[in-house]
Design a protein around this ligand. Structure first.
Ligand code: FE2
Length: 599
C-alpha cells in the first residue's frame, strides 16, 4: 500500500511517499525551487518522486495532508470571534505570512495540483490528518515501543502544544493547549522582535542566548508562566497576535518591558542578547515543567519530541539532564518538514491499524544523483576534476581536512528536514580555534555568533561529550567534556555545549569512514559539520553544490567519487553570485562576548 503525504500553502511544502509503512522518499519543495520555506505546491518534488518511483495515479492508494481543514476553519472562526472586529486584520495575508489563506481550501488546491501532474484522472481520496496528530505520528518510526510524545510548535489546527502516549501502533492524546497559548509562537515573535526571521531563524536566537545574561529572566517569567495543571499560560497582556498576527504581535507592555524591536541591519546590543537569554531560559523552564508533569502522570520514561520547538537542541539536552526522562528521540524532520510523512504514518498505523515494522535510523530519503549527472554538472561548470576510488578519496579528503581545508561534501540522497547530516555538508577541522570564524565569514556568510555542529563517531561520543545516548539527527546540545574542550575548540559554543551529531557506520558508511580516517590522522574522531548552502536552502543537485562551492571560499569539493579543487576562473568571473555583497551583516561581533561598559 502506498500513501502520498503532501502539503502546500503553508511553510515547508513537500511530499512524502510511504510504502507499506516504510518511507520511500521525503522531498521538500524548497530544495528544488530554491526558495526557503516555500509555500508553493510541491510540483518539482512531486515530479522527482514520480520519475524515480515510476509513479502514476493508480500507484497511489491514498493521499494524506497534515492539516484538518474543517477543524482549522472552526478554530479560525473562534479566533476571529474573540477580538472582533480588531481580528479582521487576521484576514490580511501579511498577518500570517507563513501560511496563505488558501490553506482553508487546501484539499481543493491539492487536488488541482495533483490533476495537473497526473492529468484529468480520478484521484485517490485525500484524507485530512490533524496537524499535531501528524507530528505525533513520528512516534511510529521511533526506536520506542512505548513513549511519551510531546508536540510543541507555533500552532496546529486546534492547539499549539499536545501530549500523547504512544504504544505500539496507537497514539492517544492526553493533553493540549489552546491554539494561541503557544510557547512556540512567543519564541517566533521574539525572534522577529530581535531582527531575525520568524518561522526559520529561531535557532539563531537560541545560539545568541548563550551570549546573554539574566537581566530579563524574572520579567520574562511573567510572559509565560507554568500552571499547576502541568501546562503553561502565555500572558496576553504582552501580546496582540490574537488580533493582529504578525502585523503587530506585541502590546505596549512588551516594548516597555523589553525594549523596541531591532531592525535586521542594526547591531546587536546587550539588551538583545539578554532578551534572547531570557526567552531561551523561560522556554526551557516551561518545557521542563510540562515534561515533569507528564512524568508524574504516566509511567513511560522515553520521550519523543516533535514540532518546531523540538529543534531547540539546548532545551532537549536540559530535559535529559534535569528530568527522569531516560532517552529522548527527536526525528530529523521534527518541524513541518516532517508533517507530510507524519500524516501518511498516522493514516497507515492509527487509522488503518497496520503494525509497525520500520525504525527511522537515518535521514537520507531525498533524491540521489547519478555519477553521470555529477560528471555532466562538473563539465558544464568547466571544472577540472578527478575520479578517485573510495579508499583513496577518503584518505585524501581526511588529509585535506586535517590540513585545515574546508571541504564541500556531497554524497547519495539528500537529507530530509532542516539539518545536513553528512550527505549535503560542509566539513572542517574542529581542532582549529579559528575555523568557526573562517567558516562563518568566508563560506557561510552568516552571523559570527552561530556555532557549528561536531559530528562524532557514535562509539566515541561519550568520550568528548556529556551524553550517553546516540543523537544521529543533531537534536541535542550536551556539554563538551571539560577535558576535551581544548581538543575541539571550534565545536564548542560559548556556553560550553556542542550541537552534536553521532554517526553510526550502518547509517552512513562513507561519512563514518571519513570521520574515522580523520580520527586516525589526528586522534580526534570529530568533524565540524554545517549545511551545504549559503543563505539559501541546502543544496540538492550537483549543480546547486557547484554553484555554492564557486561563490564561497571552500577549498575542496567532493561529489560522490569526484574530487575537485578547481576554481575555474572563467566560470567564476561569469557567476553573478560572485558579485553578491559581502554579508558581514553584524559588525564582527567579536564583540559578542564583550559587554557594553556602563558609563
Ligand atoms: Fe507544526
Amino acid at each position: 500500500m502506498r500513501v502520498l503525504g503532501i502539503v502546500a500553502k503553508t511553510h515547508d511544502s513537500g511530499v512524502a511517499l510511504l510504502r507499506d509503512g516504510t518511507p520511500e522518499l521525503v522531498l521538500e519543495e524548497e530544495r528544488y525551487n530554491r526558495s526557503k520555506k516555500t509555500k508553493k505546491f510541491p510540483k518539482n518534488a512531486l515530479a522527482a518522486a514520480v520519475e524515480e518511483l515510476k509513479l502514476d495515479c493508480a500507484g497511489i492508494d491514498v493521499v494524506t495532508t497534515p492539516w484538518d481543514v474543517r477543524r482549522l476553519r472552526r478554530t479560525a472562526l473562534s479566533i476571529m470571534a474573540r477580538r472582533f472586529p480588531l481580528s479582521l486584520s487576521l484576514l490580511a495575508p501579511r498577518s500570517h505570512a507563513t501560511q496563505q489563506n488558501q490553506i482553508m481550501i487546501l484539499n481543493h488546491y491539492l487536488a488541482r495540483g495533483l490533476r495537473e501532474r497526473f492529468g484529468a484522472v480520478k484521484l485517490p481520496p485525500i484524507v485530512n490528518v490533524g496537524h499535531h496528530d501528524s507530528h505525533a505520528a513520528m512516534f511510529f518510526v521511533s526506536p520506542f515501543e512505548e513513549a511519551l510524545v510531546l508536540v510543541m510548535d507555533g500552532y496546529g489546527d486546534d492547539c499549539s502544544s499536545s501530549a500523547h502516549i504512544g504504544r505500539g501502533n496507537r497514539l492517544e492524546r492526553h493533553w493540549s493547549t489552546d491554539i494561541l497559548n503557544s510557547a512556540g509562537l512567543v519564541y517566533t515573535f521574539v525572534t522577529e522582535h530581535l531582527g531575525f526571521a520568524g518561522f526559520g531563524d529561531e535557532g539563531k536566537v537560541m545560539a545568541l542566548a548563550a551570549f546573554g545574561e539574566d537581566t530579563y529572566v524574572t520579567r520574562f517569567r511573567d510572559v509565560i508562566r507554568p500552571t499547576p495543571d502541568g501546562g503553561y499560560a502565555v500572558n496576553m497582556a504582552y501580546f496582540n497576535y490574537d488580533a493582529f498576527g504578525q502585523l503587530r504581535p506585541f502590546r505596549r507592555k512588551f516594548i516597555d518591558t523589553f525594549g523596541a524591536p531591532r531592525a535586521s541591519h542594526e547591531p546587536l546590543t546587550d539588551q538583545h542578547r539578554d532578551l534572547a537569554f531570557a526567552l531561551q531560559a523561560v522556554t526551557e523552564e516551561v518545557i521542563l515543567h510540562v515534561v515533569r508533569a507528564l512524568l508524574k502522570k504516566f509511567p513511560q520514561r522515553d520521550l519523543c519530541m516533535v514540532g518546531g520547538v523540538a529543534l531547540n537542541c539546548v532545551a532537549n539536552a536540559k530535559i535529559l539532564e534535569h528530568t527522569d526522562v531516560r532517552r529522548i528521540w527527536v526525528p530529523p524532520c521534527a518541524s513541518d518538514t516532517g508533517a507530510p510523512l507524519g500524516s501518511a504514518l498516522w493514516h497507515y498505523h492509527q487509522t488503518l491499524g497496520h503494525r509497525r515494522g520500520f525504525e527511522l535510523k537515518h535521514a537520507f530519503y531525498g533524491q540521489a544523483f547519478s555519477e553521470k549527472q555529477i560528471e555532466q554538472a562538473l563539465a558544464a561548470a568547466g571544472l577540472r576534476y578527478h575520479r578517485i576510488p573510495e579508499a583513496q578519496l577518503l584518505r585524501r579528503a581526511a588529509q585535506d581536512l586535517a590540513d585545515g581545508k574546508i571541504v564541500g561534501w556531497f554524497q547519495g540522497r539528500f537529507e530530509m528536514g532542516p539539518r545536513a547530516l553528512g550527505n549535503r555538508s560542509i566539513l572542517a577541522d574542529p581542532r582549529r580555534p579559528e575555523m568557526r570564524d573562517v567558516l562563518n565569514a568566508k563560506v557561510k556568510k552568516r552571523e559570527p555568533f552561530r556555532p557549528f555542529a561536531p559530528a562524532v563517531l557514535v562509539e566515541r561520543a561519550n568520550e568528548f561529550f556529556e551524553i550517553d545516548q546516540p543523537d544521529p539527527f543533531m537534536t541535542l546540545a550536551p556539554r563538551v567534556r571539560a577535558g576535551k574542550r581544548a581538543a575541539i575548540p571550534a565545536a564548542v559554543h560559548v556556553d560550553g555545549t556542542g550541537r552534536i551529531q553521532t554517526v553510526e557506520r550502518s547509517a552512513n558508511p562513507r561519512y563514518y569512514a571519513l570521520i574515522e580516517e580523520f580520527g586516525r590522522l589526528t586522534g580526534v574522531p570529530v568533524l565540524l559539520n554545517t549545511s551545504f548552502n549559503r543563505k539559501e536552502p541546502i543544496v540538492a543537485s550537483p549543480e546547486d553544490a557547484i554553484a555554492c562551492y564557486l561563490k564561497s571560499e571552500m577549498d575542496v569539493l567532493v561529489l560522490g567519487d569526484f574530487y575537485t579543487t578547481d576554481r575555474a576562473p572563467e566560470v567564476e568571473r561569469k557567476s553573478p553570485a560572485r558579485a553578491e555583497p559581502a554579508m558581514d551583516e553584524q559588525p564582527r561581533e567579536a564583540a559578542l562576548t564583550a559587554r557594553a561598559v556602563p558609563n
